[in-house]
Design a protein around this ligand. Structure first.
Ligand code: CP3
Length: 354
């Protein structure tokens, strides 16, 4: 196995010393990049792009060729699992994801198969293997999945939602059925992430995009419980190195203590909590990833640099910070502003490390 040339990201996740703060961006491969739009055009559709290992590898590496990012993230989507379960996924430009066969009844839940990572999802494993080979030790590769609760929201609603009426309707009126669905998803996510790790993912991240729409009690019972099940079932070491796990609940700032208790290595945090508070709440015992408001990237290089300084200062001195946006980068961002952002993190963070 090739030696990692840049292991800042893995070192920060393990709270080990680094020279400067590592940085990557959620959705770093995406529509804000003209080269991404060109490759997507060539692929046909978004899912065709995900299913083609060579093209998925190409778009994964595009942002790394532009910016000195400290990690690559597998190009794929969280909805590959429900797609492999037979729900019929499509992405229609401007309308987001859509499922032809949403999950609504007990029979729907009972009939869901548990997808095989080297079967229906082999295209994802192939993408991981291809990307690792192409990266050749340049930076570590992050694998990922959605959280069971977040996957369930799309599966029950049949697509994106602002109200969560159907999925919360099921949760409140048929909690046992919702638990059955979440348990199946937790099992599927565990084998899927372990498949990605076996294929070469060097860290994994669980995206709980919609955990923050729950009450504190329901968050624990319907989202965190199943992320805990996944963390307990993950391969934690591979190729003689620890495989760190990052948990990210958007809007989860008030539950960081409970998230930290899962045994994850790092918590992703959005911009609605100050990193100094996040660090205090978690007892400075777990790495933190975040948390600049992605909308800052609509401003100017000067304002971006100032905000990078604010975020670095709020984390303060010491190890365990991975710089990121608090959520994914928007498609309308100017790639020049991204350059200013990434450069500022490396230029301004040396003073926070011994
Ligand atoms: O971060 C990365 O660069 C890796 C790739 C990645 C994508 N989706 C690519 C993508 C990751 C990590 C995801 C995760 C994902 N997908 C999440 C969780 C992360 C989060 O943002 O909280 C969610 C909720 C999804 C579901 C999903 N997929 C949505 C809501 C959309 C947007 C639909 C739209 O039209 O904007 C997608 C599609 C998608 N996934 C795109 C990309 C680059 C855009 C597709 C395109 O090219 O048009």
């Amino acid at each position: 196995m090739t030696k990692l040339q840049n292991d800042r990201f893995l070192r920060a996740l393990n709270r080990e010393p680094v020279d400067v703060t590592p940085v990557w961006m959620m959705r770093q491969a995406g529509r804000y990049l003209p080269e991404y739009r060109a490759t997507r055009e060539k692929a046909g559709s978004f899912m065709d792009l995900c299913r083609n290992a060579e093209l998925a590898c190409e778009v994964t590496i595009q942002p790394l060729d532009r910016y000195p990012l400290d990690a690559a993230i597998l190009f794929s989507d969280i909805l590959t699992i429900p797609d492999a379960m037979g729900l019929g996924l499509s992405f229609n430009t401007g309308h987001g994801p859509k499922f032809d066969r949403p999950v609504r009844t007990a029979a729907d839940v009972q009939n869901l198969p548990l997808p095989d990572p080297e079967g229906e999802l082999q295209y994802v494993m192939n993408a991981v293997r291809t990307i690792r080979k192409e990266l050749d030790g340049r930076v570590p590769l992050i694998g990922f999945s959605g959280s069971p609760w977040t996957l369930a929201t799309y599966m029950v609603e049949g697509g994106g939602t602002k109200e969560f009426g159907k999925v919360k309707g099921m949760m409140f009126s048929e909690p046992a059925l919702m638990h059955q669905l979440l348990d199946k998803l937790a099992q599927s996510v565990t084998t899927y992430l372990n498949g990605q790790i076996a294929a070469g993912a060097q860290a994994v991240m669980i995206f709980d995009t919609w955990g923050g729409v729950l009450t504190p009690r329901d968050y624990q019972a319907f989202s965190l419980k199943y992320m805990q099940q996944i963390v307990d079932g993950l391969t934690r070491e591979n190729e003689g190195r620890k495989v760190p796990v990052i948990l990210y609940t958007k809007g989860g700032g008030q539950w960081l203590d409970k998230m930290a208790a899962t045994g994850a290595d790092c918590l992703g945090v959005d911009w609605t909590i100050d990193l100094a508070d996040a660090r205090r709440i978690t007892g400075d015992k777990i790495a933190l990833q975040g948390n600049m408001d992605p909308c800052i990237l609509y401003s100017t290089p000067q304002r971006i640099r100032e905000e990078v300084g604010n975020v670095l200062a709020s984390y303060g001195k010491g190890e365990g910070h991975v710089f990121n946006l608090g959520h994914g980068i928007h498609p309308g961002i100017d790639p020049e502003n991204v350059a200013a952002f990434i450069d500022a993190v490396h230029a301004l963070s040396g003073q926070y490390h011994a």
